[in-house]
Design a protein around this ligand. Structure first.
Ligand SMILES: [Zn+2]
Length: 423
């Protein structure tokens, strides 16, 4: 079977913007929405060598090459990073054991880079959610730079209300805690077309974004910045935990395999902790500092909406620690239980609890029982409701109501989709 190509033609550095132009074989071009990748840092990157700048390009597309048995070509690459690729690949193969990962990464030149000094310094990939807040609290003494990467921009000039709000909040948080932050804009999340998921999602058991790109991109985009400032440790907070066999791009085995410029390493922190353990650490810290500790757990939003599964899960987990969620950036006026009852009345049909109930809720229930005696009356009422409410039944009823209300709209949409398919 013929191998297809992804060839990096050029890396242009214009002060703080790094632009990669590449070609792909016609046979795989349908999976790409663009052949230009940009990464906009907030500092001048023109003194970073091309062999280091190649690392994000290779990392963002190497899983694509493995899955589609393609060859990925670059002119030069950092040899420390290149030597770790087989280990990274093997760690992914262990996760996606039902699908053979093939392909190859080829560089014309291998460059031995070294970080300039041996000072120990860290940067932490930071989104503002519960995982990275836990790692920050545990590793505060390292004084890490909070490094925020947003991959959903379409161009360096474009705006994105959720990503822009993340940046604003992280700068404010860093200032309040005497930390430095750095911010990156990129289009990496848009480049692989949804067609790829249509073809491969079922076979692989996970989507491109969740299963194969997010942490590879985050870690690798941080590497040129780390090299510029001789930072020898990149910290990424775990999102999964020990015992979870779910596929995900970010694992202790895959993330920790990354190495760069001889002494640069990646620390995947918190894999041994459950989500509830993490919330416990955060609540404990808030009690110590005696001031609100705002977090952002709501994805693709400029605030915690207090209406989605993720907000419900986090609020319930905080209540299970006998703590008030309003101290963590969840703005709920009035009683917690009444709030969530009215949210479910309105939108239970569109909410999904299946994964939540399996993965996170058992830990929350256990903690609610343990800490019940410490809770306020409002927290006790909410915990009783959360532990006994029949979410499945509510969802079934909500769906029937939703279908009745939207019957004609749904039929119209289905007819339209059929027409499009038949075109
Ligand atoms: Zn939310």
């Amino acid at each position: 079977m013929k191998r297809n190509n992804i060839i990096l033609n050029k890396i242009d550095v214009n002060h703080n913007v790094v632009k990669y132009t590449f070609d792909v074989s016609p046979e795989i071009s349908e999976y790409f929405t663009s052949t230009t990748l940009f990464i906009e840092y907030d500092t001048d990157m023109s003194d970073v060598p091309p062999s280091i700048l190649s690392i994000p390009f290779v990392s963002i597309f190497m899983a694509f090459a493995w899955i589609t048995n393609s060859s990925l070509w670059v002119e030069e690459i950092d040899s420390t990073f290149y030597d770790t690729i087989p280990q990274i690949k093997s760690a992914y193969q262990d996760i996606y054991y039902n699908y053979p990962l093939k392909g190859r990464i080829v560089s014309a030149k291998f460059i031995k880079n070294h970080l300039n000094s041996l000072n120990n310094s860290s940067l932490m990939l930071f989104s503002g959610g519960a995982d990275c807040h836990t790692s920050l609290i545990r590793l505060f003494d390292k004084n890490p730079i909070l490094f925020n990467i947003q991959g959903w921009y379409t161009s360096p000039e474009s705006t994105d209300y959720a990503a822009d709000a993340d940046k604003r909040d992280i700068i404010e948080f860093a200032n309040n805690h005497s930390l430095n932050s750095a911010h990156v804009k990129s289009n990496f999340a848009h480049i692989i077309s949804p067609r790829f998921d249509k073809k491969f999602n079922k076979k692989l058991g996970d989507s491109w974004w969740h299963g194969f790109v997010h942490s590879l991109a985050f870690i690798s985009i941080a590497i040129p910045y780390a090299c510029k400032f001789s930072i020898n440790e990149i910290i990424i907070a775990s999102s999964l935990t020990t015992g979870q066999n779910k596929p995900c791009a970010s694992n202790s085995t895959t993330d920790s395999a990354f190495k760069y410029a001889f002494s640069g390493e990646v620390l995947h922190d918190g894999f041994e902790l459950s989500r509830q353990d993490k919330i416990h650490i955060i609540c404990d810290f808030q009690k110590k500092i005696k001031q609100p500790y705002p977090m952002r757990v709501c994805s693709f939003n400029d605030h915690n909406c207090c209406k989605c599964e993720k907000c419900l899960r986090t609020i319930a987990a905080i209540v299970a620690e006998a703590t008030d969620p309003r101290l963590f950036g969840f703005e709920i006026n009035g009683d917690l239980t009444s709030h969530w009852q009215s949210v479910l009345d309105e939108s239970v049909a569109l909410m999904g609890f299946k994964n939540e109930k399996l993965t996170h809720w058992p830990f929350i229930h256990k903690k609610m029982k343990e800490n019940f005696y410490k809770m306020t009356n409002e927290q006790k009422k909410f915990s009783n409701w959360f532990m006994t409410f029949d979410f499945d039944k509510a969802k079934r009823k909500g769906l029937i109501k939703y279908y009745r209300k939207n019957f004609f709209k749904i039929i119209k949409r289905k007819l339209l989709l059929n027409q499009l398919h038949n075109k």
